[in-house]
Design a protein around this ligand. Structure first.
Ligand code: HEM
Length: 150
């Protein structure tokens, strides 16, 4: 059924699942490729994935606030797990915006200029922040699900 909660949960799964796939599946699988090939691949993969993350970063707060204010009676009536999700959700979104506008934009430019070793340095930065967001996303999603039963 299409409800704000189902849209919210599906998009959260796409985001966390996408980061899990990138970090723990694709990264080790392409580790032995030549640097130029690897950087070009990651530039394209991240470009496509980040387009989804833009949509998700917009939709999670919209559906989240919709539920809080239209269904749950405002922040004064929700459990601590929703407050934690709210704060951690914004930290994840701000980290994404930083990655997108700083290391990712530089990665794209350096890849276009074929400066692969320099681009690799920004890849490392992106990877670290994606790992932080992955861990935050796992905690937030788990807390969102088990929170009401604590
Ligand atoms: C940015 C601000 C956010 C707000 C205001 C928000 C708010 C909410 C609210 C009100 C619910 C419904 C809870 C209930 O009915 O008991 C919910 C559910 C959920 N949220 Fe968030 N959320 C936010 C961000 C996130 C993020 C970043 C993630 C994960 C990446 C996430 C994952 C989930 C999941 C998986 C559920 C479904 C839990 C379940 O019922 O099993 N949320 N959220």
């Amino acid at each position: 059924m299409i409800t704000p909660l189902s849209i919210h949960a599906i998009l959260a799964n796409f985001w966390v699942g996408g980061m899990f796939f990138a970090y723990w599946v694709l990264r080790p699988a392409v580790e032995n490729l030549a640097l130029a090939e690897k950087i070009n691949l990651w530039a394209q993969v991240l470009q496509k994935f980040f387009s989804w993350v833009w949509l998700i970063s917009f939709s999670l707060p919209v559906t989240g606030y919709w539920m809080v204010f239209h269904e749950l009676g405002g922040f004064q009536n929700v459990g601590i797990h929703i407050h934690v999700m709210h704060i951690m959700g914004w930290i994840m979104i701000l980290l994404f915006l930083y990655v997108y506008f700083s290391p990712f934009k530089k990665l794209l430019w350096l890849t276009k200029e074929k400066l692969y070793p320099e681009a690799g340095l920004y890849m490392v930065k992106i990877r670290r922040i994606v790992l932080i967001n992955l861990l935050l996303g796992v905690v937030v999603s788990t807390l969102a699900t088990v929170g009401p039963f604590l």
